[in-house]
Design a protein around this ligand. Structure first.
Ligand code: SIN
Length: 485
């Protein structure tokens, strides 16, 4: 904490209606690398969540009535401040989340890029005119801000998942209430401090930090003044939240779990595939929804890929994210490590082989070694569950048809990756994969210009890109009649 230059970025109260809001109790925020308490934060609950929704409702009229250009200027200020304070924001993020500092800086740039993107995109909301069925009528379509937006965001990207939702909502003219994960509240509060400095008016952006996810979540999903609810997190929790939103028929967008296949065909550039698999699998210690979860390798290149991949993974240095030499940081908690340990153990019991790693690192209970499993079959627990940890299970396949069937045999449909060079195969496989996002000869696919989102039980709606505003806009049709002389 001492190394943070702008100490005012470290906030410990919820940010509601442009003010820092005290609560009656506190909770601790822990550094996953050391298990030490970083600070305590005021523990908001139902009262604060209701207050935040009321504030967002009061601010809605004036914010949505501003021109898109005025909103863009304010959002641009927010973007500039995030870039200016990138180092401090990254350090706060690493301290509470664990990812290596270079990755955390990358996340701040990634989060800020959504604010910049939507500041611009908000100016390009177009309506429509439609030929009417009779000469005395005109049909006009308007796009208007949907209203108050509530969000619940996860700990794995404590900055970018808020920025991706809030920037789109605010650019569209909506006001916003977010409940960040209780494991990473400090990044959200630092964003609120910068939103304040950027001139985002009171009530437009609110952050409610509290341990009681269920109670706050019930307010945000059931409050009649919330028009739209958005969530990033597990499919199981997403289903519950969708159910809760039904009572007030809210518009919902969900970015849920994944089980990404990463396919290496026999015509792939193997070195490129190794680099892509490492980037996709070990980013954020394997704790991303788009992480490769099952690595399928054509049996004719299995030995070659496995050897090169193992050599490269063996070089990854596990450690505290604040140390410059660290490639892979801790997992978020010892419980998260136990879940991964259990998946590895049960798969080894069913015949998988650990060819690298496979243990909790002695330096601390949150560190799990970068791991590779061979002889994995698609039915094993490591292949059917979202691992959310630094474990790469390798599954052999024979031919396109077999691997497409295996890749699609999951309720999830977020991201998929494949490496191949034959152009016919590239089109066939890209079209056959039942996934919202497909990386072709590419292991990192997320950016502000591209539509992020999933099919099947990985969710609905798209974030980022020109499509990202749609989830925050209502389509209103005006029928103008009586035009005949
Ligand atoms: C996620 O894991 O939910 C987001 C990953 C990304 O934006 O790349």
């Amino acid at each position: 904490m001492q190394a943070i230059k702008d100490k005012h970025l470290v906030k410990t109260h919820s940010y509601i209606n442009g003010q820092w809001h005290k609560s009656h109790s506190t909770f601790a925020v822990t550094n996953p690398a050391t298990s030490k308490i970083i600070t305590t934060v005021d523990n908001a609950g139902i009262v604060e969540a209701n207050l935040a929704v009321r504030s967002a409702k009061s601010a809605l009229q004036s914010w949505s009535a501003m021109s898109a250009h005025q909103r863009a200027t304010i959002l641009r200020n927010w973007f500039n401040l995030m870039v200016e304070h990138q180092d401090d924001l990254a350090r706060i993020l690493t301290l509470e989340q664990g990812k290596p500092l270079a990755e955390a800086k990358g996340e701040i740039a990634y989060g800020a890029s959504f604010v910049e993107w939507f500041a611009e995109e908000g100016k390009r909301v177009y309506g429509d005119t439609i030929a009417a069925p009779s000469a005395d009528k005109r049909i006009v379509v308007l796009k208007q801000a949907i209203g108050v937006v509530a969000a619940i965001t996860p700990w794995n990207f404590p900055n970018a998942m808020i920025a991706r939702k809030a920037a789109a909502a605010l650019a569209a003219g909506c006001t916003f209430v977010v409940r960040p994960s209780e494991q990473t509240p400090l990044s959200a509060l630092a964003m609120a401090e910068l939103a304040h400095r950027a001139g985002i008016p009171e009530g437009v952006f609110n952050v409610v930090v509290g341990e009681d996810a269920k109670a706050i979540g019930e307010v945000l999903t059931q409050h009649p003044d919330v028009a739209k609810f958005t969530f990033t997190g597990s499919t199981a929790v997403g289903k519950t939240l969708i159910g809760q939103c039904a009572s007030t028929v809210k518009k919902v967008s969900m970015e849920l779990g994944g089980n990404a296949p990463f396919i290496v065909f026999d015509d792939a550039d193997i070195d490129a595939a190794v680099d892509g698999a490492i980037a996709s699998k070990y980013r954020n210690a394997g704790q991303t929804c788009v992480c490769s979860n099952r690595i399928f390798v054509d049996e004719s290149v299995l030995a070659q890929f496995t050897e090169k991949f193992s050599q490269a993974v063996a070089k990854l240095k596990l450690g505290n994210g604040l140390e410059q030499t660290t490639d892979v940081g801790p997992m978020i908690s010892a419980q998260a490590v136990s879940k991964v340990e259990q998946l590895v153990k049960s798969s080894v019991d069913e015949g998988a082989t650990v060819i690298l790693g496979g243990k909790v690192e002695p330096v601390g209970s949150s560190f799990y070694q970068p791991t590779i499993l061979a002889n994995v079959s698609p039915e094993m627990p490591i292949a059917t569950n979202e691992i959310f940890g630094p474990v790469a299970p390798i599954i052999a396949f024979r031919g396109e048809a077999e691997v497409i069937a295996m890749a699609n045999n999951t309720p999830y449909g977020l991201a998929a990756y494949f490496y191949a060079r034959d152009i016919g195969r590239i089109w066939r496989v890209a079209e056959a994969l039942e996934y919202g996002m497909v990386g072709i000869n590419e292991g990192i696919i997320s950016n502000a210009a591209a539509p992020f989102g999933g099919m099947k039980q990985s969710g609905n709606g798209r974030e980022g890109s020109k499509y990202g505003l749609d989830d925050y806009l209502e389509v209103k049709y005006l029928c103008m009649g009586g035009l005949a002389k």
